[in-house]
Ligand binder design. Sequence first.
Ligand code: NDP
Ligand code: MG
Length: 382
Amino acid sequence: MNKLAILGATGSIGTSSLDVVRAHRDRLEVVAVSAHRDWRKLAKICREFSPRVAILAEESLRDEVDTSQFPQETELQFGAEAITQTARASDIDTVIAAIVGAAGLASSYAAVDTGKRLAIANKETLVVAGPIIVERARQTGAELLPVDSEHSAIFQAMQAGSAQEVSKIILTSSGGPFREKSQEEIAVVTPEEALQHPTWEMGQKITIDSATMMNKALEIIEARWLFNLQSDQIEVVIHQQSFVHSMVEFIDGSVIAQMSPPDMRLPIQYALSYPHRWIAVAAKADFKKTFSLDFSPPDFERFPALKLGFDVASQGGTTGAVLNACNEVAVSRFLRRELSFYDIARLCRELLDRHNFIRKPTIEELMAQDKWARKETNLWKP
Ligand code: NDP
Ligand code: MG
């Protein structure tokens, strides 16, 4: 039995992860689950999966929660520190990191620090502290398995050759809901329009990130650290069907792609089943139907966030922490209609230029930059 902690169990990735568990009850057991505030959904999950522990990050909910909704066998805990402690618990083999944002960093670090398998959807952790997480995993023998569909695809395609034989990777992007819009049209989009993703159904933050293409920027940085690549070994291609999840080009010119209909349950399952493969939970491709796949280069003018990803991937140091924190706050301000769509990337660029760069920061120094960038982004007036 693979004993799981699903951190962020109430979200989009959490929900898909639970579906994978439902399909493989003979191999997977849910020992711990967490959420931020949604205790009703967390209680429902607990009634179905009977985990040992359930945690709500929001301490102030302590007096509000109806504990009778949780089953007897589940201990309910509160606070971010309880989530981190659970990620360290010895009765857990695999932590699924499905919390959104830098809030997932401490528990992801705890999982690698204690030598567990970390199935990581929480890309922000790698954007903020990629080198530290990867290095700690190497020291403890923890396995870092990507859940992000592009990175799962690359991880799978990489197995066709050795690391030295990889010449570059090509990250695919659906292009988001504004793929066809002009710069003038994009400048005035509303949160409602930005929340309509053409191919994926995901949490709010990553949906906005997909519209700005900041998601791809974060994925460039994620790939840089996960696969130990230089930024000039990473390319982005627009592929609207989201069928090819990414590709690896080897030195001989062969390009290996991983393809499947868009469904996060496949990369989640692979992060749990690796090095094996299990029977699919997600629908399979149907090649008896006629369909075509399109690829085109991205437009850096209409999507300025993309360049930020390449710049941060090549600069490293504290830039990832600043970019991520600024983006998290700017996205929530955009959703509250306090910022325009292009303010998000504009503000990230400004803070990257202004911040106090450190080349080899500690976790504490990264957290200090994260705090600074959040404060500056909150104060910023368009
Ligand atoms: P959701 O917003 O759907 O879910 C986020 C989860 O994290 C919820 O369980 C939420 O709890 C919890 N959470 C939110 N804030 C905090 C906090 N401060 N402390 C502790 N827990 C918190 O996000 P997604 O599932 O879409 O995304 C999760 C991660 O996976 C992100 O990093 C995203 O980039 C990545 N990812 C997502 C993909 C997708 O298809 N959705 C694809 C690839 C990567 P509550 O419900 O109580 O708010
Ligand atoms: Mg992705």
